[in-house]
Design a protein. Structure first.
Length: 133
């Protein structure tokens, strides 16, 4: 009987339109049980399974290009070999609008303070807080 190939990787992505232009899929394949000398695993390939609105494009080696808002399902597979069965999985890709923050006048009455995560003195910072009024 043939051994099993086990696919593992990120199964869900949320990408921002206009921000995330391309995303490399990261699946790997392993053998169950372990590979024996002379055995090899199948090549990993990617394709669109369900993308009626052309939300993304994907190359066979897993580079996803964002086209428009929406959701798509991709198929990832490891091809059958002489010693291993084929394996298949799915990846969900959601393309959303970029995060935007809009503050009305009442929300900024006292000004806005931003405390950066970088160290004191970086980028000419003194006091650690930027203030906008």
């Amino acid at each position: 009987a043939k051994k099993y190939q086990v696919l593992s990787g990120t199964t869900s992505y949320t990408l921002e339109l206009g921000v995330d232009i391309e995303q490399q899929m990261d699946f790997t394949v392993s053998s169950q049980p372990d590979l024996a000398p002379g055995e090899s695993l199948g090549a990993i390939t990617y394709q669109e399974a369900s993308d009626p609105n052309d939300v993304v494009s994907v190359t066979s080696d897993g580079v996803v290009t964002v086209n428009r808002l929406g959701a798509a399902i991709l198929t990832v597979g490891a091809m059958e070999t002489d010693t291993h069965r084929a394996a298949q999985g799915s990846i969900t890709v959601n393309v959303i609008n970029p995060l935007q923050v809009s503050l009305g006048e009442a929300a900024v009455e006292g000004g806005i303070s931003l405390t950066p995560a970088y160290a004191e003195g970086a980028y000419g910072m003194q006091g650690g807080t930027l203030q906008y009024r």
